[in-house]
Design a protein around this ligand. Structure first.
Ligand code: P6P
Length: 281
């Protein structure tokens, strides 16, 4: 696992420089989910793939930006699914973005995720590792990632990050979100999954939601590259990650680019979601 962490740290330093100087315009290509790729997406993906291909303990990799799984080492132990630069379109308006890595054994499935790592490229570059029963945060300082502190969620938080197209929400979802705001929660939503979820983790808790909607019944966020890695983080930090009723890590993956409705948060807020969604499942 250390080889992989070192590789991710190395890629983060290169991607940080790419964000500062790179071309943020659109490419001619679309990824397998149909999103138009930015040149930053492709360049970040090339950096990560190049670095991962040097790591003996990696068996396979798959990128959100590519259609197929890539075989790396037949004797490798780990399979890595990654989103090289999530929310890349936010770079143009100078908001934070991130890279997300799900580390799996045996196959790419929620049940077989064994660790996850994400990197936030913001005013500071921070790297969070969820492994075994801990979530630890590191910060890039003078070219090196230094340990800062462990991350734990409170039972109840103060932040509410409601995603997706509001006029496509189910009426009961809208009522749930409105009720949470009526209880005094603060709106914190940038449109970047990594900084939005990082903020809730660091500010002690709350709720991030990206539900199924009339325009996207299965939600927008990808299971292997986004939902499962953050589910691993939130559960290890003492919170939960569900699709409305069940743990997202129990959801079967039919296709490597499958999406899933998702709710990440502290126990109190997730239990509110379960109470509402269980009546409409
Ligand atoms: P919406 C970025 O494009 C992303 O994939 C996630 O980082 C983010 O949480 C979500 O989409 C935002 O989607 O529909 O709320 O703009």
């Amino acid at each position: 696992m250390k080889q992989i962490i070192d590789a991710i740290e190395k890629s983060a330093i290169e991607i940080k420089e790419l964000i500062e100087t790179g071309d943020t315009s659109k490419s001619e290509n679309e990824n397998s989910t149909g999103d138009t790729q930015l040149k930053l997406d492709i360049a970040s993906d090339i950096i990560i793939e190049r670095i991962f291909k040097e790591i003996p303990e990696i068996k396979q990799i798959v990128s959100e930006e590519q259609e197929e799984i890539i075989d790396v080492n037949e004797n490798g132990k780990y399979l890595i699914a990654y989103d090289p630069l999530d929310g890349s379109s936010l770079v143009d308006v100078n908001l934070s973005v991130g890279s997300i890595f799900g580390i799996y054994e045996n196959d790419f499935s929620g049940a077989n995720i064994v660790a996850s790592v994400y990197v936030v490229y913001g005013p500071r570059v921070e790297l969070v590792i969820s492994y075994e029963n801990k979530v630890d945060m590191y910060r890039l300082q003078k070219g090196k990632f230094n340990f800062i502190h462990e991350i734990k969620l409170n039972e109840k938080g103060k932040l509410n990050a409601p995603g997706s197209t509001q006029n496509c929400w189910a009426p009961y979802h809208k009522e749930l979100i409105d009720d949470i705001f009526k209880d005094g929660y603060r709106l914190r939503y940038s449109g970047g999954m990594v900084p939005d979820l990082h903020q809730i983790l660091l500010k002690g808790g709350g709720l991030f939601s990206y539900p199924g909607t009339t325009d996207r019944p299965k939600g927008k966020l990808r299971q292997l590259f986004e939902v499962f890695p953050f589910a691993h983080v939130y559960e290890n930090a003492g919170g939960q990650a569900i699709d409305g009723t069940q743990r997202v890590l129990e959801i079967p993956t039919e296709h490597i680019h499958d999406t899933s409705p998702c709710f990440f948060g502290s126990n109190n807020e997730i239990n509110r979601v379960k109470e509402v969604y269980s009546k409409h499942a």
